[in-house]
Each structure stands twice: as structure tokens, then as C-alpha cells.
Design a protein. Structure first.
Length: 959
């Protein structure tokens, strides 16, 4: 058994280690170093976020720069974060020749109270006396966070809803009512859109108020029903968190808001036909109300107010809040339709509806609509076609003029054209009422001519079967023509498609619409020409007739190219001028010049114009960065201004002269961008963009144990894993990895607990042994890794005990973060081992012989202990008890004199009692013993030396 040679009893051992490390400068001596003091400029220690904070550096003594090995380069630590961080940005030093103007400056970006630590090892600087306070900056709309008030997401149309806005400055600091009292009168724009992106309504703000938590409440009335998204903007900037999804259900049905609509917009209905229409059930805000409301429908004879019986009235639901009603028309005359709630004495909005039931037999399929006016035509030209009304037996069907209705609609215009309708009459003055043979229709059409009798149109009693329709379309494109005889659609109810082409090019309305008066030489320059007809219709596919001409005397080095059709009526032509100077150019169409002709351009060297290069910047999340986007741009006179810049989508952007400062919104990582335009001293513009990469910080350790405990040669802990290790990361879905290793052991993953939920991400593990260290790598989502690292176990290398370190490295695509966790492995007392053969051969002819003779035997006698390798103290204090006995004969050996007190002997063959050494003689600090058994306590070196000298005696004590 291995033990330490200690005094009995309880001994308190205190071990102290101390090292004295003195850094020396080559020159000069430490005593000659200057000292430094620090103070706020103008004694101002309160700053608005985004302003410059300046610390004066006061040099006490002489600062002789050439005498120092290192320049003054202090580290700035704010609230335990060194350098630029989420607290400050843009740390800079002004250490010029004049030490009286030395200063340190930075931009405070986080609101609160902060401590500044200034250190420099080379000049023995350690100053923690600086403190400052940062207050929020002005309200930055896009950084404000918008949310619903409470958990309510469903509202009734016409009721009030409220949102809360947490106002923030450009750096994400909360701006409360105490910081900015102007916010209560700030104009926020609220709008709602449908799921397809169309505008549902603009919302009227009814009230604004602050709550005790610093939120600005906005109350508004919701009017449009449906699944909507609420958009909140301020200064044309969308607030963070917008849009907000919500659902609005219709309010109660309002009878007076309901509307009746007809399939065919007419007031004339043919006898024995059906009157069909739709009732739209609305609430007060115009939303369709589902369900079938029992309306009262009455038909009243006009003039007599007699109620006509309606025997076959039917209602059919055709959509949410839309019902089709129909009934037969069995009596001719003039009537009024009244739809109402008689019990409440309320009519729907467009009642009463006056209509006329006429006696007619028009057949929609048998009637004929034809003529050149239905074919392709040119804008501005009058088109004509004819209508012939026939009954089911192909006889002319006579109706009054106002019964015929023609609807002509452009494909993108809801306003119909107003056609002119004239009845036709026979050339001899009589109106045809006989059977018309379709085979002879072309001859009959020639016998009919448009009437010019004005009395014919004014006669309400005259009826006709043939009509001329004329109209003049001014807009090019596709038209849809429908003809109705009362409520009877002709052509089987199918609309007739008609195409109208633009007219001839009108040179006075066409011309050059875009060109630059100042252009660079030897570069392609664009000129855009717009071609339209007399009605402003764009004209396409005319690029071959367009031409650019040089009108100035100076024509050398000037070249043009063919125009390109832009498919919208515009055409782009290009030219190149090889020499600088002034040129006069004309654009023409088919030989006709556009005004102005000529127009002048001035050609300059390319250096005259600014040139913008796109920029790329990257930095860590939760920080802020300032950069000069114009630094790599070229502009004449070394002077340019930012003419315009767009707003990035995921962060705030502030502009200071040539500098931009970008701060990502809380929690954002990824790519962002914005565009900017500069203007030089000559008024020339150039545009570029800045691509921003906000890098996610490698996973951080939010919790970890300060010390772990394990046991030698045992997997620790026995059950489960070490607790207390947890990481955080901004993207919960991204795959990250964590690597664990130990210098003197192996990291294991114990069997994990059963999960009764579906994990959002899978976890993969990989073990690696490179001969030096063994590591365990876990990859997966944040949730999966945090769950897995609760099952981490440690197993030390064979017989290892003492102090070890578990190195934990968390990694993402941008880098890694390391953490060392100390672990102490408690030792277990392993038994010593003896490396001797199981038997030896001795010469019986001699009385005494060395048992383990390394010269004659092919082995080394050896006594060892596995605990010696990791014994933390002096190896001389590691002792073992060694015992040697023989069943017959005697043993003798030499022992070091310091082992006298621990040596015991069995002197007789028959004795079982160990006795201490009573008499001895020391020679050269050793003494000899001879006995049946020898045991002692000593070091392993003592044991091996004694065993190597062990002699066996055949006879002794008379045996």
C-alpha cells in the first residue's frame, strides 16, 4: 500500500506559491516614465447617444517619445468590455506632437451609467476613475417596436383597437415621454392591407397616450373585415415589428347600407323573363355580413301604387354575404322594386328601383350583331356596327330605342365608352316587320340606311328591330363589346373582343424625353425618344424609322447606333463622342425632326464626372459601425456631398457629412444594404450601394461551472452529466457546434434522457483522437446542444489524478469562443506491482546466492506503483511497504540507514511475529539484516535497490 511518510495525527498543510515577475524596459528606467491623468473635456460626463465623448489625456512629466520602446497605446474598457462594443463605438486616439492636445474619443451608443477603465502595461497606466452617463438620442421611427395591446388579435369592424409603440433612438435605446415630449404629436401613418397585398383601408387615429412603462399607445378604428396586416410608418419608415397580422370580423348587418345589384345594368326587362339581382349584405363599414337575412321584396305598379303579386321569389346564397334573388315578370308596365325590412321600416340603400316590363320576343342567340366596327381599328377613327333583333323564329323583334343597350369597356379602364345608337329604317320610309331570310341578309342590309329623322328618336311609341351603333375609341388596346336588348344579352351573352391600334406618330407630341447635357467622352450615352399618336397612345415597333443625327459642324469622332424598342412606346438610342467639345444632335422619325432640333450636349473628359464604387462592410452583431462610403469614390475637386441615401431594411442609418453610421436592430444578423447618390461641385450625380454583413457572434457561455470534480479511473459523474453549462446564440435555428476536450482525459456523452416532444433539430456527435488530445464535437441547433451538454462526462487517462482542464470551444460560421473549465480528479490508492519471475533457479552447491542476478538472468527485478506518475508532491515522499519472506532458509540484504526505524524482521522459521531491528551496524550509511522475513517502508527506489541485493541462504539457525 502506498502511503506518505507523515506524522500521526491531523496535520494541516498549507502550501503557498509565489512568483515575482518584473517587466523591465530597456530604456529608460521605470522611475523616469511619465504619469498620466484623465478628465472629461469641459467636465462634461453626460452625452446623448451618438454624440462624441472626449477624454483629455494629461501628461504629468516629460514625455520623450524617442526614449520609449513602445508608444502610448492604451486599452479602453467600458463596463468590462474592451474596445468597440455594444456600449461604445469608434474609439480613436489623438496623440499628436502637442501633448497638451492629447485626447481619447468615442461614441456612446448605449443608454445608462458606465465606467471607463484605461490601461497601458508599458507605461503602468491603470485608471478606473472615469464614469459617464448616456441618454437616448432622438426618436428614430424605423427602430421603434410596434406590438398589439394585450393578446387580442381579432376585432369587430367599427370598434377601436390599440397598438403600443416602444420608441427607440437609432441605437436601440428606449425613448420615453420624459426624453421626447414631441412624440405625442408625432404623425404615425397606419394602414391595413389584405392578404394579397391590396390596400384595405387607411386607419384614422383617434387617440394617443403614454403608459407607465414608456410605451406610446395609439388608438384607431378598424373598418375593413378580413385577414389583414397592419402597417405602421413614421417619416416614410416602417417601424420594427410591422406589419402586424390581425383578423377583423364584420359588424352587425345594417339594412340601410345593403345594396342591390343586377347582372345587367338596365331598367328594361322583357315580358316573361326573369328579374335577377344580387343583394349585398353590409355592415355600416361596407363589409359583407354572412348569413341569410330575411328581406321583404315588393313590386309596386308605378302610378297606382298597387302591389303586384310575386309568386316565385327565390333566394340563393352565392357568396359570403351575397344572395341571388329572382322572380318572373308576368305583367307589362312600369313598376318599382322595393327591398326592405318592413318591420323596422328601413329600405336598402338603392331602393326603390324603377323598371319597365315591355312586350318583346327578342332572342339572344337569334339576334345578329355585325359590322366592320367590331374588327380591328385605329384610335381616333369612328367605328360602326349594326344590330338586328330577331325572335326565336327569326322574325324581327321590335323594341323602343331606349331598350337597346351597348356596353364598350377598355381592358384597363372601368369607364365605358358612350356609343351613339340610331334606328334603321327602309329607304322607302317603311320599317321592315316581315320575316327576314338570313340568306338574303346582305341584300336587306344594303336596303337599310341610318335614319336622320330627329323625330324618330324622340318618339317613345315607335319601335324598331334594326340599329346602327357608332363609337370613337381614343385609347389603344383591347375592348370588350356587349349588346343587350333590355335584360336579354345578345351573342349568347359572350362579349365581342376588339383591338384598337394607335394612330400615326404625332411629331408634336412625340420627341426626346431623356438625355444628358453633359456626358463623358469615349463612353456610350443614351437618348430616349417617346413615340405617341394624337391621343397619347404609345407606338411600338418603329425603331427602324428612328435616327440620331449630328447637326453641329464638328462631326469628327461622333458615332451613333440603332434605336432599341423598350416595348412601352419609348426607344433608346446611343452615341459615342471621342473628343471633348460641344455637339448639336437631332432625333428624327421617318425624316421628320423632333423639337427641339438641335439640342446641345457638351462632352467632357471622364475625370470630370464622379465615379462611385460599391462598398462592403462587416462587423459583429450588437455593435455599431461608422464608415466613409465616399472614401473609394472619385469626384472632381475632392469635394462631394451625399445627395440622397435610402434606408436599410434591418438597421438604423445616420449621416454625418461623408460618414454613415449603421446600427443593426436588436437580434439581427445577416445581410443588409442601402443605396446612395453623391453630387460633385459641378452638379453631376453618381450612385452606388453599400453591402453590410452583420456577423453573428460565436455562441457565448451564459452559464458554466467554476470547478468540476471527478474520480480517478471512474467515469464522472456516475449518473447523468455535469450540470451548469449553457450557451446562448442569436439564431436558434442555425446549426452550430461545440467541441470539448481534456488534456489528461476523455470527454464522453452519457445516454441522454428520453424526450417526449419532437426535437426541432437533430444532433450529431463526433469523437476525434489525433494522438495528442481526444475531443468530442457536437453539432446542431441551440436547443439540441444545450440539451446534450447536460450529459457531458469525464474519464481520466489511466491512473491519472490531479488537476485537469476541460476546454470548451463553441463555433459558428464566423469564428469560435473558448472556455476553460478546471476539473480536479481525486486519486484512488492503487496497489503497487512487483515485476519478478514466478520462479528462479538457484545453485544447490552453494550456501548463499543472489536471488535476482541481472547479469545471469534475462529480466530486471522491479517494484512499482501506478500512482507515482501523477503524485503531486516530491517523489521521495511516496513510500510503499515492502515485505519479503521465505518458507525455508534465510534472506539477507543491505538497507539504507534511514530505514532502520521502519524495518522489521522474522528471525525464526517457526516464528510468526515481526520484530523491530534491535542491534545493527551501519557501514557507509547502510546496515545488513539476515532473517526469515524482512519488511520495511521506503521509497520505490529503496525497494528496487534492496530487492536487487537480496541473497538466499540455504542453511540458517540450524536448518
Amino acid at each position: 500500500m502506498a502511503t506518505e511518510n507523515l506524522f500521526p495525527g491531523i496535520i494541516l498543510i498549507s502550501i503557498f506559491t509565489a512568483s515575482l515577475f518584473i517587466r523591465t524596459l530597456s530604456t529608460p528606467e521605470v522611475s523616469t516614465l511619465p504619469t498620466f491623468a484623465f478628465a472629461w473635456l469641459n467636465e462634461d460626463d453626460t452625452f446623448v447617444a451618438g454624440e462624441v465623448a472626449t477624454i483629455k489625456v494629461i501628461v504629468l512629466g516629460n514625455f520623450e517619445k524617442e526614449k520609449y520602446e513602445y508608444p502610448l497605446s492604451p486599452n479602453i474598457t467600458v463596463n468590462d468590455k474592451m474596445g468597440n462594443s455594444s456600449f461604445v463605438s469608434g474609439i480613436s486616439f489623438r496623440f499628436g506632437a502637442d501633448v497638451n492636445s492629447w485626447a481619447i474619443s468615442f461614441i456612446p451608443i448605449k443608454a445608462g451609467l458606465f465606467n471607463v477603465l484605461i490601461t497601458d502595461d508599458h507605461f503602468n497606466v491603470f485608471d478606473s476613475s472615469m464614469h459617464f452617463r448616456t441618454i437616448p438620442g432622438p426618436f428614430y421611427p424605423a427602430a421603434g417596436v410596434v406590438s398589439w395591446s394585450g393578446r387580442r388579435r381579432e376585432f369587430v369592424a367599427g370598434t377601436k383597437a390599440m397598438i403600443w409603440i416602444l420608441p427607440k433612438d437609432a441605437f436601440g435605446n428606449n425613448v420615453s415621454s420624459a426624453d421626447d415630449d414631441k412624440l405625442i404629436s408625432y404623425n404615425f401613418n397606419l394602414s391595413a392591407t389584405c392578404a394579397n397585398g391590396s390596400i384595405a383601408s387607411l386607419l384614422n387615429v383617434t387617440n394617443k397616450e403614454w403608459n407607465k412603462f414608456g410605451y406610446l399607445g395609439i388608438e384607431f378604428i378598424i373598418s375593413t373585415a378580413g385577414s389583414l396586416e397592419l402597417h405602421v410608418e413614421g417619416e416614410n419608415q416602417t417601424l420594427n415589428g410591422s406589419p402586424l397580422s390581425f383578423n377583423v370580423i364584420p359588424g352587425a348587418l345594417d339594412v340601410s347600407s345593403c345594396v342591390a345589384q343586377w347582372n345587367i345594368e338596365t331598367n328594361f326587362f322583357q315580358l316573361f323573363s326573369l328579374m335577377e339581382g344580387f343583394i349585398h349584405q353590409y355592415d355600416k363599414n361596407g363589409n359583407h355580413v354572412p348569413g341569410l337575412y330575411e328581406f321583404d321584396v315588393e313590386v309596386v305598379e308605378y302610378g297606382t301604387n298597387l302591389i303586384m303579386p310575386v309568386t316565385d321569389l327565390q333566394f340563393t346564397e352565392v357568396g359570403v354575404g351575397i344572395h341571388l334573388f329572382s322572380f318572373s315578370l308576368v305583367e307589362p308596365g312600369n313598376f318599382m322594386l322595393v327591398i326592405s325590412d318592413k318591420e323596422r321600416n328601413i329600405r336598402i340603400s338603392n331602393m326603390p328601383y324603377q323598371f319597365t316590363v315591355y312586350i318583346g320576343y327578342c332572342d339572344g342567340l337569334g339576334s345578329i350583331v355585325n359590322g366592320t366596327g367590331l374588327n380591328h381599328s385605329v384610335a381616333g377613327e369612328t367605328a360602326r356596327f349594326s344590330v338586328y333583333l330577331r325572335d326565336a323564329y327569326e322574325y324581327p323583334s321590335l323594341v323602343e330605342l331606349q331598350v337597346l343597350h351597348v356596353q364598350i369597356l377598355h381592358e384597363v379602364d372601368s369607364q365605358p365608352l358612350q356609343p351613339i345608337i340610331h334606328p334603321k329604317k327602309m329607304v322607302n320610309g317603311s320599317v321592315s316587320t316581315g320575316n327576314l331570310n338570313p340568306a338574303e341578309l346582305h341584300e336587306t342590309e344594303r336596303a337599310l340606311a341610318p335614319t336622320t329623322d330627329t323625330n324618330l328618336n324622340s318618339s317613345e311609341n315607335m319601335r324598331f328591330s334594326a340599329f346602327d351603333v357608332s363609337y370613337t375609341p381614343h385609347r389603344s388596346g383591347m375592348y370588350r363589346i356587349q349588346v343587350f336588348c333590355g335584360n336579354i344579352p345578345l351573342n349568347g351573352g359572350h362579349p365581342i373582343a376588339k383591338e384598337v391600334s394607335p394612330g400615326a406618330v404625332n411629331a408634336s407630341l412625340s420627341g426626346v424625353v431623356k438625355f444628358s447635357r453633359q456626358v463623358p467622352k469615349r463612353m456610350k450615352n443614351d437618348i430616349v425618344v417617346q413615340l405617341t399618336d394624337s391621343y397619347a397612345n404609345p407606338i411600338l415597333s418603329q425603331q427602324s424609322k428612328l435616327k440620331l443625327e449630328i447637326a453641329s459642324i464638328n462631326k469628327s469622332g461622333f458615332s451613333t447606333s440603332l434605336f432599341v424598342d423598350n416595348k412601352d412606346g419609348s426607344y433608346t438610342g446611343t452615341y459615342v463622342a471621342k473628343d471633348t467639345g460641344s455637339y448639336e444632335i437631332c432625333a428624327s422619325f421617318d425624316g421628320t425632326h423632333f423639337l427641339p432640333c438641335p439640342f446641345g450636349v457638351t462632352v467632357y473628359p471622364s475625370e470630370y464626372f464622379p465615379m462611385v464604387h460599391n462598398d462592403s462592410v462587416s462587423f459583429w452583431e450588437d455593435e455599431s459601425i461608422a464608415f466613409d462610403a465616399l472614401e473609394n469614390d472619385y469626384f472632381a475637386g475632392d469635394n462631394a456631398t451625399v445627395f440622397y441615401f435610402s434606408k436599410p431594411g434591418h438597421g438604423s442609418l445616420l449621416h454625418y457629412g461623408k460618414l454613415f453610421r449603421y446600427t443593426p436592430y436588436k437580434g439581427f444578423t445577416g445581410n443588409d444594404s442601402f443605396a446612395y447618390t453623391i453630387s460633385d461641385i459641378n452638379g453631376n450625380l453618381a450612385s452606388g450601394s453599400v453591402n453590410i454583413s452583420v456577423l453573428s457572434i460565436p455562441p457565448q457561455f451564459v452559464s458554466y461551472p467554476s470547478q468540476l470534480l471527478a474520480t480517478e479511473d471512474v467515469i464522472s459523474p456516475r449518473y447523468g452529466g455535469f450540470a451548469g453549462l449553457e450557451i446562448i446564440y442569436s439564431d436558434v435555428n442555425e446549426n452550430i457546434s461545440i467541441c470539448l476536450s481534456a488534456r489528461f482525459g476523455t470527454i464522453l456523452l452519457s445516454p441522454m434522457q428520453m424526450q417526449f416532444w419532437q426535437p426541432s433539430q437533430t444532433l450529431s456527435s463526433m469523437s476525434k483522437d489525433d494522438g495528442k488530445t481526444k475531443s468530442l464535437t457536437l453539432s446542431g441547433s441551440l436547443e439540441a446542444i444545450n440539451f446534450a451538454i447536460q450529459s457531458i462526462q469525464y474519464f481520466g487517462n489511466g491512473n491519472f489524478s490531479g488537476s485537469d482542464v476541460i476546454t470548451v470551444s463553441s463555433r459558428n460560421r464566423n469564428g469560435k469562443n473558448d472556455l476553460d473549465i478546471p476539473i480536479y480528479v481525486e486519486p484512488i490508492n492503487d496497489p503497487p506491482f512487483i515485476n519478478v519471475p514466478s520462479y528462479v533457479f538457484l545453485d544447490q552447491r552453494v550456501d548463499e546466492e543472489l536471488i535476482f542476478d541481472s547479469h545471469t538472468e534475462n529480466f530486471d527485478a522491479f517494484v512499482g506503483d501506478p500512482d507515482l506518475l501523477n503524485f503531486p508532491g516530491n517523489k521521495s515522499r511516496f513510500q510503499v511497504m515492502c515485505s519479503m519472506e521465505v518458507s525455508s532458509g534465510l534472506l539477507s540484504t543491505n538497507l539504507p540507514a534511514e530505514l532502520i526505524s521502519t524495518t522489521e524482521l522474522k528471525l525464526k522459521i517457526s516464528s510468526y511475529q515481526w520484530q523491530p531491528v534491535q542491534t545493527f551496524v551501519t557501514i557507509s550509511k547502510h546496515f545488513s539484516v539476515k532473517a526469515k522475513g524482512i519488511r520495511f517502508r521506503g521509497t520505490l527506489d529503496d525497494c528496487n535497490s534492496i530487492v536487487e541485493q537480496l541473497v538466499y541462504h540455504v542453511n540458517g539457525f540450524g536448518t
